[in-house]
Ligand binder design. Structure first.
Ligand SMILES: N[C@@H](Cc1ccc(O)cc1)C(=O)O
Length: 398
């Protein structure tokens, strides 16, 4: 069990209520879930939680992935419920293929669609009970880092964290896993489930991994992220812009990607962590852990010029089987069009009748008093009298 725990804790930033997890593991396989709201297209950042899931599976856990379509609906005010459902189907294809790509045995993995149980009367009644047990203030605070913060925020943003708490009960899990950005929702869940008679769960948190471009990988900014279906060329082009300042480890998206994705992925594939950096006219650099890489990076032995192409090619190789799966699956292609329909072409602007630039000046209409609008300014000609005359002449529109 120590070994299992070690695997479970690898790369995590924080665990709340670890004792709950340990107790559960004494009785049987740990049941843990990760939820993802089905909104934007999953990008390369999804490798991070998925590799953690791979480790949970390796440690013998029973893992559930919640495709949280209703959460996507609650947080994405323009997406109709049908659309987020299609997206959930799309996510299922992507995540399955992604896990396969890193050699994860997926028999002990279970996908659950949020709307398959969250609309049942019992769940809904429990949700209403929760609304009586939680203050508006606390629900708002809980969602602050997860739910879109907008002016005139709709009520849905307060329901969102309550439902995420309730999911732990209805999915019958011992623990919930997510990024550390979920922390406030996790803390709320821990607090409020006992208030309606349910037990609190353990919470496992991944650090926030900087995107390859340095900042946060955002699903809505196409250049900030690498789509899992991006071609090799597109990946190479985007990674040229990747953020890897020399001799800087902190916030270095390329090194972080190596730490949280490429090294663990190699360990799943070859049974040990390994990352090889080819060099011209020199022996390649071979790494088996991130510490050695960071050390060399700080010393500028492993330069950005060496690291970037190595990471690029490793990522291209990781994406290849996913793209092959996509190409081979008509079902997946069909759902992609429904989930992410191409935006309609911009409406044709009605052509304004062009002023052909007539030789004659524009016709201007005089007001009844004979004064022409716009003419006044032209008339103000500050002469020797300081403009006194001009002002006298000036007719002002009421
Ligand atoms: N809050 C998660 C999604 C989620 C939804 C419901 C859950 O029960 C769990 C997780 C996110 O940010 O994507």
């Amino acid at each position: 069990m120590e070994k299992q725990l070690e695997l479970i804790r690898t790369n995590l930033q924080e665990v709340l209520n670890e004792e709950i997890m340990v107790e559960a593991m004494k009785k049987g396989p740990l049941i843990i879930y990760w939820g993802t709201a089905t909104t934007g297209r999953p990008h390369a950042g999804y490798f991070v939680p998925c590799l953690k899931i791979a480790q949970f599976l390796q440690a013998g856990c029973h893992v559930k992935i919640l495709l949280a379509d209703i959460h996507g609906f609650l947080d994405n005010l323009k997406a109709p419920i049908d659309l987020v459902k299609f997206r959930a189907e799309y996510y299922k294809f992507v995540i399955t293929s992604l896990l396969k790509a890193v050699n994860v045995p997926i028999e002990k993995l279970e996908f659950v669609l949020g709307s398959s149980y969250q609309l049942q009367p019992d769940y809904m009644m429990d949700l209403l009970r929760l609304t009586t047990a939680v203050t508006e203030h606390d629900a708002k605070k809980a969602g602050a880092e997860v739910v879109k913060q907008v002016d005139n925020a709709p009520l849905s943003g307060l329901i969102y964290p309550l439902m995420q708490a309730l999911d732990e009960q209805y999915l019958g899990v011992d623990a919930q896993f997510g990024g550390v950005d979920q922390r406030k929702i996790f803390a709320l869940a821990k607090d409020v489930l006992p208030r309606i008679g349910y037990k609190e769960r353990a919470h496992l948190m991944n650090p926030m991994v900087p995107g390859l471009q340095g900042g946060k990988m955002s699903a809505s900014d196409p250049d900030s992220k690498i789509d899992l279906l991006d071609t090799a060329d597109a990946v190479r082009k985007k990674l040229k812009k990747a953020f890897a300042p020399p001799q800087q480890v902190e916030g270095n998206g390329v090194l972080s990607f190596t730490e949280f994705v490429l090294l663990p992925a190699s360990s799943l594939k070859y049974g040990e962590q390994k990352f090889i950096v080819e060099r011209r006219d020199q022996e390649p650099l071979v790494y088996t852990n991130i510490e050695a890489m960071q050390k060399d990076y700080l010393a500028d032995v492993l330069t950005p010029q060496l690291l970037k192409p190595a990471v690029t090619e490793a990522l291209v190789a990781l994406l290849e089987p996913i793209q092959a799966d996509f190409q081979a699956s008509q079902e997946w292609k069909d759902i992609e069009i429904k989930a992410y329909p191409p935006p309609p072409p911009p409406p044709k602007k009605e052509k304004k009748k062009k002023d052909k630039g007539s030789f004659y000046p524009k016709k201007v209409e005089a007001k009844p008093d004979g004064h022409v609008e716009g003419e006044d300014k032209a008339k103000v000609d500050v002469g020797e009298d300081g403009g006194a005359k001009a002002i006298e002449n000036l007719k002002i529109d009421k």
